[in-house]
Ligand binder design. Structure first.
Ligand SMILES: CC(C)(COP(=O)(O)OP(=O)(O)OC[C@H]1O[C@@H](n2cnc3c(N)ncnc32)[C@H](O)[C@@H]1OP(=O)(O)O)[C@@H](O)C(=O)NCCC(=O)NCCS
Length: 152
């Protein structure tokens, strides 16, 4: 009997290993052409941050196939959470790593008492928009603004 498909393994990254640095070097260019992948020192700062939790998904051979960063922070109206920098290696897409990472982030946000989880996704990211809606994220009517400090 063929094996039933299982959800990819997801774990929280806790140390800056060469494997993790290499994974970000491979994955970030598949998410953004304008942002370089984090250096080892930047990854150390990220993993050391109390606000951030970095999740990684692993494929059947144990290699890192995707990542997602959850940020939680308290503001006057509650403990909020944001999902950022979700990306799955093009070679590993369509195998459930994206949903597995997102579900892990939702569970973590719930476990620390966050009341909401926000994220943004450009309409052109069709697979991502379908994924978030499938998992229960609802589009909000709001204006999204950005002040670009690099452009000053
Ligand atoms: C969005 C993304 C994270 C989804 O991850 P994933 O692990 O592929 O998620 P799933 O396994 O649920 O598959 C998502 C869709 O891709 C389809 N798919 C299947 N094989 C695929 C392949 N080889 N390549 C691309 N998509 C594929 C799936 O059928 C599924 O389609 P559906 O939305 O119609 O159901 C991933 O596509 C990605 O990294 N995209 C580029 C970066 C990005 O857009 N990030 C989100 C930023 S907000």
């Amino acid at each position: 009997m063929p094996a039933l498909p299982t959800s990819p393994a997801v774990e929280v990254a806790t140390e800056v290993s060469p494997e993790l640095v290499d994974a970000f070097a491979r994955l970030i260019p598949q998410l953004s052409t304008s942002s370089p992948p984090p250096s080892s020192a930047e990854l150390a700062q990220l993993l050391g941050s109390e606000a951030a939790t970095v999740f990684v998904a692993r494929g059947p051979d144990g290699s890192i196939t995707g990542t997602l960063t959850l940020v939680t922070f308290r503001i006057p109206t509650g403990l909020r959470a944001w999902i950022e920098d979700v990306v799955v290696d093009a070679e590993a897409r369509g195998q459930g790593a994206g949903p597995a990472l997102t579900v892990a982030a939702i569970e973590h946000a719930r476990s620390v008492g966050a009341t909401t989880i926000d994220l943004t996704s450009r309409p052109s990211r069709e697979a991502a928009n379908r994924l978030y809606q499938r998992l229960g994220f609802k589009a909000r009517t709001t204006n999204v603004y950005r002040y670009d400090l690099k452009a000053e």
